[in-house]
Ligand binder design. Structure first.
Ligand code: 2NL
Length: 353
Protein backbone atom coordinates (compact mmCIF):
# COMPACT_ATOMS: atom_id res chain seq x y z
CA UNK A 1 0.00 0.00 0.00
CA UNK A 2 1.45 3.44 -0.93
CA UNK A 3 1.99 5.96 1.84
CA UNK A 4 -0.57 8.33 0.31
CA UNK A 5 -3.23 5.61 0.28
CA UNK A 6 -2.34 4.73 3.84
CA UNK A 7 -2.74 8.40 4.82
CA UNK A 8 -6.16 8.57 3.13
CA UNK A 9 -7.24 5.50 5.04
CA UNK A 10 -6.05 7.12 8.32
CA UNK A 11 -8.05 10.26 7.50
CA UNK A 12 -11.27 8.33 6.85
CA UNK A 13 -10.87 6.24 10.03
CA UNK A 14 -9.97 9.26 12.16
CA UNK A 15 -12.86 11.40 10.92
CA UNK A 16 -15.41 8.68 11.55
CA UNK A 17 -13.96 8.00 15.03
CA UNK A 18 -14.19 11.74 15.79
CA UNK A 19 -17.84 11.85 14.71
CA UNK A 20 -18.56 8.79 16.86
CA UNK A 21 -16.99 10.24 20.03
CA UNK A 22 -19.84 10.73 22.51
CA UNK A 23 -18.09 12.95 25.02
CA UNK A 24 -14.93 14.98 25.61
CA UNK A 25 -12.94 12.14 27.17
CA UNK A 26 -13.78 9.75 24.29
CA UNK A 27 -12.73 12.53 21.88
CA UNK A 28 -9.43 12.96 23.69
CA UNK A 29 -8.93 9.18 23.35
CA UNK A 30 -9.34 9.52 19.56
CA UNK A 31 -6.84 12.41 19.47
CA UNK A 32 -4.23 10.37 21.34
CA UNK A 33 -4.87 7.32 19.12
CA UNK A 34 -4.08 9.28 15.93
CA UNK A 35 -1.96 12.29 16.88
CA UNK A 36 -0.34 11.17 20.14
CA UNK A 37 3.32 10.14 20.43
CA UNK A 38 2.40 6.53 19.68
CA UNK A 39 -0.57 7.51 17.47
CA UNK A 40 -1.14 5.81 14.15
CA UNK A 41 -0.78 9.01 12.04
CA UNK A 42 2.38 9.90 13.95
CA UNK A 43 3.71 6.46 12.98
CA UNK A 44 3.06 7.16 9.26
CA UNK A 45 4.69 10.62 9.50
CA UNK A 46 7.78 9.07 11.08
CA UNK A 47 8.02 6.69 8.15
CA UNK A 48 8.29 9.64 5.68
CA UNK A 49 12.04 9.99 6.41
CA UNK A 50 12.77 6.63 4.85
CA UNK A 51 10.98 7.47 1.56
CA UNK A 52 12.89 8.14 -1.68
CA UNK A 53 13.41 11.77 -2.71
CA UNK A 54 10.79 11.67 -5.49
CA UNK A 55 8.07 10.11 -3.30
CA UNK A 56 8.70 12.37 -0.32
CA UNK A 57 7.16 15.74 -1.50
CA UNK A 58 3.74 14.29 -2.45
CA UNK A 59 3.65 12.09 0.64
CA UNK A 60 4.74 15.02 2.86
CA UNK A 61 2.02 17.27 1.40
CA UNK A 62 -0.66 14.58 1.84
CA UNK A 63 0.48 13.87 5.39
CA UNK A 64 0.24 17.53 6.28
CA UNK A 65 -3.26 17.81 4.78
CA UNK A 66 -4.47 14.76 6.69
CA UNK A 67 -3.04 16.08 9.96
CA UNK A 68 -4.69 19.49 9.40
CA UNK A 69 -7.99 17.83 8.49
CA UNK A 70 -7.94 15.64 11.61
CA UNK A 71 -7.01 18.58 13.83
CA UNK A 72 -9.84 20.66 12.33
CA UNK A 73 -12.33 17.83 12.86
CA UNK A 74 -11.15 17.37 16.45
CA UNK A 75 -11.57 21.07 17.11
CA UNK A 76 -15.05 21.20 15.57
CA UNK A 77 -16.21 18.10 17.50
CA UNK A 78 -14.65 19.48 20.69
CA UNK A 79 -16.73 22.66 20.33
CA UNK A 80 -19.93 20.63 19.89
CA UNK A 81 -19.25 18.27 22.81
CA UNK A 82 -18.08 21.09 25.14
CA UNK A 83 -21.26 23.04 24.41
CA UNK A 84 -23.52 20.08 25.16
CA UNK A 85 -21.53 19.21 28.32
CA UNK A 86 -22.01 22.77 29.56
CA UNK A 87 -25.68 22.65 28.72
CA UNK A 88 -26.10 19.39 30.66
CA UNK A 89 -24.29 20.83 33.66
CA UNK A 90 -26.36 24.01 33.65
CA UNK A 91 -29.54 21.93 33.42
CA UNK A 92 -28.55 19.63 36.28
CA UNK A 93 -27.44 22.44 38.58
CA UNK A 94 -30.34 24.76 37.84
CA UNK A 95 -32.41 26.09 40.78
CA UNK A 96 -36.13 26.26 40.09
CA UNK A 97 -36.93 29.68 41.48
CA UNK A 98 -40.63 29.17 40.76
CA UNK A 99 -40.94 26.36 43.39
CA UNK A 100 -43.13 27.56 46.30
CA UNK A 101 -41.13 27.78 49.58
CA UNK A 102 -41.91 25.90 52.78
CA UNK A 103 -43.98 28.19 54.99
CA UNK A 104 -42.90 28.73 58.59
CA UNK A 105 -45.83 29.55 60.90
CA UNK A 106 -45.21 32.70 62.92
CA UNK A 107 -45.40 32.19 66.68
CA UNK A 108 -46.65 34.67 69.25
CA UNK A 109 -46.59 35.20 73.01
CA UNK A 110 -48.96 33.11 75.10
CA UNK A 111 -52.03 34.86 76.51
CA UNK A 112 -50.80 34.40 80.12
CA UNK A 113 -47.42 35.83 79.25
CA UNK A 114 -48.96 38.90 77.64
CA UNK A 115 -51.47 39.46 80.45
CA UNK A 116 -48.68 39.18 83.05
CA UNK A 117 -46.76 41.91 81.19
CA UNK A 118 -49.92 44.02 80.96
CA UNK A 119 -50.45 43.77 84.74
CA UNK A 120 -46.79 44.65 85.35
CA UNK A 121 -47.12 47.70 83.09
CA UNK A 122 -50.02 49.05 85.15
CA UNK A 123 -47.90 49.03 88.32
CA UNK A 124 -44.72 50.17 86.56
CA UNK A 125 -46.83 53.19 85.63
CA UNK A 126 -47.41 53.81 89.37
CA UNK A 127 -43.65 53.71 90.08
CA UNK A 128 -43.31 50.07 91.21
CA UNK A 129 -40.26 47.92 90.36
CA UNK A 130 -40.31 44.26 89.32
CA UNK A 131 -38.71 41.84 91.81
CA UNK A 132 -38.02 38.19 91.01
CA UNK A 133 -36.67 35.24 92.99
CA UNK A 134 -36.23 31.44 93.14
CA UNK A 135 -39.06 28.98 92.48
CA UNK A 136 -37.41 26.46 94.81
CA UNK A 137 -37.59 28.09 98.23
CA UNK A 138 -36.90 27.56 101.91
CA UNK A 139 -39.93 27.04 104.08
CA UNK A 140 -38.69 29.99 106.17
CA UNK A 141 -39.29 32.46 103.27
CA UNK A 142 -42.46 30.80 101.98
CA UNK A 143 -44.23 30.33 105.35
CA UNK A 144 -42.41 31.21 108.58
CA UNK A 145 -41.50 34.83 107.77
CA UNK A 146 -45.05 35.27 106.45
CA UNK A 147 -46.44 34.64 109.92
CA UNK A 148 -47.84 31.25 108.91
CA UNK A 149 -47.99 28.94 111.97
CA UNK A 150 -46.09 25.63 111.98
CA UNK A 151 -49.37 23.67 112.00
CA UNK A 152 -51.09 25.69 109.23
CA UNK A 153 -52.77 23.38 106.66
CA UNK A 154 -51.06 25.16 103.71
CA UNK A 155 -47.74 23.76 105.01
CA UNK A 156 -48.99 20.17 104.88
CA UNK A 157 -47.65 17.56 102.46
CA UNK A 158 -51.13 17.50 100.96
CA UNK A 159 -50.96 21.17 99.89
CA UNK A 160 -47.27 21.88 99.21
CA UNK A 161 -44.63 20.18 97.04
CA UNK A 162 -41.56 19.50 99.19
CA UNK A 163 -38.18 18.96 97.50
CA UNK A 164 -36.31 15.92 98.75
CA UNK A 165 -32.56 15.30 98.59
CA UNK A 166 -32.25 11.85 96.96
CA UNK A 167 -28.63 11.42 98.10
CA UNK A 168 -29.99 9.54 101.15
CA UNK A 169 -29.97 12.25 103.82
CA UNK A 170 -31.97 10.72 106.72
CA UNK A 171 -33.88 13.87 107.65
CA UNK A 172 -35.11 14.36 104.06
CA UNK A 173 -36.11 10.74 103.57
CA UNK A 174 -38.24 11.08 106.67
CA UNK A 175 -40.20 13.88 104.87
CA UNK A 176 -38.87 16.70 107.05
CA UNK A 177 -37.47 18.74 104.14
CA UNK A 178 -37.35 22.52 104.58
CA UNK A 179 -36.99 22.99 100.80
CA UNK A 180 -40.16 23.40 98.73
CA UNK A 181 -41.66 24.73 95.50
CA UNK A 182 -42.96 28.19 96.42
CA UNK A 183 -46.75 28.32 96.81
CA UNK A 184 -46.85 32.10 96.27
CA UNK A 185 -44.37 34.80 95.20
CA UNK A 186 -44.40 36.44 98.68
CA UNK A 187 -40.95 34.96 99.52
CA UNK A 188 -39.57 37.33 96.87
CA UNK A 189 -41.04 40.25 98.83
CA UNK A 190 -39.60 38.92 102.13
CA UNK A 191 -36.14 38.72 100.52
CA UNK A 192 -36.55 42.27 99.15
CA UNK A 193 -37.55 43.65 102.58
CA UNK A 194 -34.58 41.83 104.21
CA UNK A 195 -32.15 43.57 101.88
CA UNK A 196 -33.71 47.02 101.35
CA UNK A 197 -34.87 49.94 103.47
CA UNK A 198 -38.36 51.37 102.79
CA UNK A 199 -39.78 53.00 100.76
CA UNK A 200 -40.50 49.74 98.89
CA UNK A 201 -42.87 49.57 95.92
CA UNK A 202 -42.49 46.19 94.18
CA UNK A 203 -44.36 43.72 92.02
CA UNK A 204 -43.40 40.01 91.92
CA UNK A 205 -44.67 38.01 88.95
CA UNK A 206 -43.77 34.33 88.62
CA UNK A 207 -44.66 30.65 88.64
CA UNK A 208 -46.03 29.09 91.83
CA UNK A 209 -46.90 25.48 92.74
CA UNK A 210 -49.65 23.90 94.82
CA UNK A 211 -50.61 20.26 95.27
CA UNK A 212 -53.97 20.58 93.55
CA UNK A 213 -55.52 18.30 90.94
CA UNK A 214 -56.22 20.27 87.74
CA UNK A 215 -59.93 21.09 87.35
CA UNK A 216 -61.90 24.06 85.94
CA UNK A 217 -60.78 26.31 88.82
CA UNK A 218 -57.43 24.80 89.94
CA UNK A 219 -54.00 24.19 88.38
CA UNK A 220 -51.04 22.60 90.21
CA UNK A 221 -48.82 25.27 88.66
CA UNK A 222 -49.94 28.80 87.86
CA UNK A 223 -48.72 32.36 87.49
CA UNK A 224 -49.03 34.72 90.40
CA UNK A 225 -48.48 38.44 90.65
CA UNK A 226 -47.99 39.86 94.12
CA UNK A 227 -47.49 43.49 95.04
CA UNK A 228 -46.01 45.08 98.15
CA UNK A 229 -45.80 48.66 99.36
CA UNK A 230 -43.94 49.69 102.53
CA UNK A 231 -43.61 53.38 103.35
CA UNK A 232 -44.41 55.93 106.04
CA UNK A 233 -48.12 56.69 106.44
CA UNK A 234 -49.50 53.96 104.13
CA UNK A 235 -53.17 53.24 104.94
CA UNK A 236 -55.97 50.95 103.78
CA UNK A 237 -57.19 53.90 101.65
CA UNK A 238 -53.95 53.66 99.61
CA UNK A 239 -54.59 49.93 99.12
CA UNK A 240 -58.19 50.56 97.99
CA UNK A 241 -57.28 53.36 95.58
CA UNK A 242 -54.44 51.35 94.06
CA UNK A 243 -56.49 48.18 93.49
CA UNK A 244 -59.51 50.09 92.17
CA UNK A 245 -57.22 51.74 89.62
CA UNK A 246 -55.81 48.30 88.74
CA UNK A 247 -59.28 46.73 88.27
CA UNK A 248 -60.39 49.61 86.00
CA UNK A 249 -57.25 49.25 83.87
CA UNK A 250 -57.66 45.47 83.43
CA UNK A 251 -61.45 45.11 83.19
CA UNK A 252 -62.47 48.52 81.81
CA UNK A 253 -64.35 51.45 83.40
CA UNK A 254 -67.78 49.77 83.37
CA UNK A 255 -67.06 47.08 85.98
CA UNK A 256 -67.65 47.86 89.68
CA UNK A 257 -65.37 46.65 92.51
CA UNK A 258 -66.02 45.74 96.14
CA UNK A 259 -63.83 44.79 99.13
CA UNK A 260 -64.96 41.90 101.35
CA UNK A 261 -63.36 41.11 104.74
CA UNK A 262 -61.19 38.00 104.67
CA UNK A 263 -58.31 36.39 106.57
CA UNK A 264 -54.65 35.78 105.62
CA UNK A 265 -51.92 34.99 108.19
CA UNK A 266 -49.64 37.69 106.67
CA UNK A 267 -52.04 40.66 106.53
CA UNK A 268 -54.28 42.36 109.10
CA UNK A 269 -56.88 43.47 108.21
CA UNK A 270 -57.30 41.36 105.08
CA UNK A 271 -59.79 41.53 102.23
CA UNK A 272 -60.79 39.91 98.96
CA UNK A 273 -61.62 42.10 95.97
CA UNK A 274 -64.51 41.27 93.63
CA UNK A 275 -65.44 42.81 90.27
CA UNK A 276 -69.01 42.90 89.01
CA UNK A 277 -69.79 39.93 86.74
CA UNK A 278 -69.01 40.65 83.07
CA UNK A 279 -71.53 38.06 81.84
CA UNK A 280 -74.70 39.31 83.56
CA UNK A 281 -73.54 42.85 84.44
CA UNK A 282 -74.17 42.18 88.16
CA UNK A 283 -77.70 40.76 87.83
CA UNK A 284 -76.61 37.28 88.90
CA UNK A 285 -75.99 34.30 86.58
CA UNK A 286 -74.42 30.83 86.51
CA UNK A 287 -70.92 32.25 85.94
CA UNK A 288 -71.02 34.34 89.17
CA UNK A 289 -73.12 31.71 90.97
CA UNK A 290 -76.00 34.18 91.23
CA UNK A 291 -74.06 36.73 93.29
CA UNK A 292 -73.30 39.27 90.54
CA UNK A 293 -69.65 39.39 91.75
CA UNK A 294 -66.45 37.55 90.86
CA UNK A 295 -63.36 37.40 93.12
CA UNK A 296 -60.14 38.64 91.51
CA UNK A 297 -57.54 38.95 94.29
CA UNK A 298 -56.62 38.90 97.97
CA UNK A 299 -55.00 41.77 99.86
CA UNK A 300 -54.47 43.46 103.19
CA UNK A 301 -52.25 45.60 105.44
CA UNK A 302 -48.89 43.87 106.12
CA UNK A 303 -49.05 42.18 109.55
CA UNK A 304 -46.56 43.80 112.00
CA UNK A 305 -45.25 40.28 112.77
CA UNK A 306 -43.99 40.05 109.15
CA UNK A 307 -42.08 43.35 109.64
CA UNK A 308 -40.57 41.76 112.76
CA UNK A 309 -39.05 38.90 110.70
CA UNK A 310 -37.37 41.26 108.20
CA UNK A 311 -36.23 43.97 110.63
CA UNK A 312 -38.54 46.78 109.54
CA UNK A 313 -39.76 49.10 112.33
CA UNK A 314 -43.59 48.71 112.50
CA UNK A 315 -43.86 51.91 114.56
CA UNK A 316 -42.41 53.93 111.72
CA UNK A 317 -43.65 52.04 108.63
CA UNK A 318 -46.91 50.52 107.45
CA UNK A 319 -47.62 48.73 104.19
CA UNK A 320 -50.09 46.84 102.07
CA UNK A 321 -49.79 43.72 99.94
CA UNK A 322 -51.92 41.88 97.44
CA UNK A 323 -51.80 38.70 95.39
CA UNK A 324 -53.61 37.43 92.32
CA UNK A 325 -53.62 34.43 89.99
CA UNK A 326 -53.02 35.55 86.39
CA UNK A 327 -54.80 32.49 84.89
CA UNK A 328 -57.91 33.34 86.93
CA UNK A 329 -57.78 36.98 85.80
CA UNK A 330 -57.43 35.79 82.18
CA UNK A 331 -60.52 33.58 82.48
CA UNK A 332 -62.56 36.45 83.95
CA UNK A 333 -61.35 38.99 81.39
CA UNK A 334 -61.90 36.75 78.34
CA UNK A 335 -64.81 34.58 79.64
CA UNK A 336 -62.84 31.32 79.50
CA UNK A 337 -64.80 28.68 81.46
CA UNK A 338 -61.91 26.35 82.42
CA UNK A 339 -58.37 27.20 83.64
CA UNK A 340 -57.02 24.06 81.97
CA UNK A 341 -57.75 25.50 78.51
CA UNK A 342 -54.93 28.00 79.15
CA UNK A 343 -52.30 25.27 79.53
CA UNK A 344 -53.56 22.62 77.08
CA UNK A 345 -51.71 24.24 74.16
CA UNK A 346 -54.60 23.77 71.70
CA UNK A 347 -53.83 26.24 68.89
CA UNK A 348 -57.49 26.53 67.85
CA UNK A 349 -58.18 28.02 71.30
CA UNK A 350 -54.98 30.05 71.73
CA UNK A 351 -55.21 31.70 68.29
CA UNK A 352 -58.34 33.58 69.40
CA UNK A 353 -56.34 35.91 71.64
C1 2NL B 1 -54.15 35.40 97.08
C2 2NL B 1 -53.81 36.35 98.12
C3 2NL B 1 -52.08 37.69 99.02
C4 2NL B 1 -50.25 38.81 100.06
C5 2NL B 1 -50.73 37.91 99.13
C6 2NL B 1 -48.13 39.43 101.15
C7 2NL B 1 -46.77 39.45 101.03
C8 2NL B 1 -46.02 39.92 102.07
C9 2NL B 1 -46.61 40.38 103.20
C10 2NL B 1 -47.97 40.34 103.28
CL1 2NL B 1 -44.33 39.93 101.97
N1 2NL B 1 -48.72 39.87 102.28
N2 2NL B 1 -48.89 38.95 100.13
C11 2NL B 1 -51.12 39.48 100.85
C12 2NL B 1 -52.49 39.26 100.74
C13 2NL B 1 -52.98 38.35 99.82
O1 2NL B 1 -52.49 36.79 98.07
O2 2NL B 1 -55.29 35.06 96.92
N3 2NL B 1 -53.18 34.97 96.32
C14 2NL B 1 -53.39 34.05 95.27
Amino acid sequence: MSVVTELEEQRVLALSAIEAAEDLSALDGVRVAYLGKKGSLTGVLRGLGSLSADERPAAGKAANEVRVAIEAALEARHAVLAASALEARVASEAVDVTLPGRSRPVGSRHLINRLTSEICEIFLGLGYRIAEGPEVELDYYNFTALNTPADHPARSLADTFYVRDLSGDEADVAGESDVLLRTQTSPVQIRTMEKNEPPIYILSPGRVYRRDIADPSHLPQFTQVEGLVVDEGITFADLKGTLEHFAREVFGPDRKTRFRPHFFPFTEPSAEVDVSCGICGGEGCRFCKGTGWIEILGCGMVDPNVFGYVGIDPERYTGFAFGMGVERIACLKYNVPDLRMLVDGDMRFLRQF
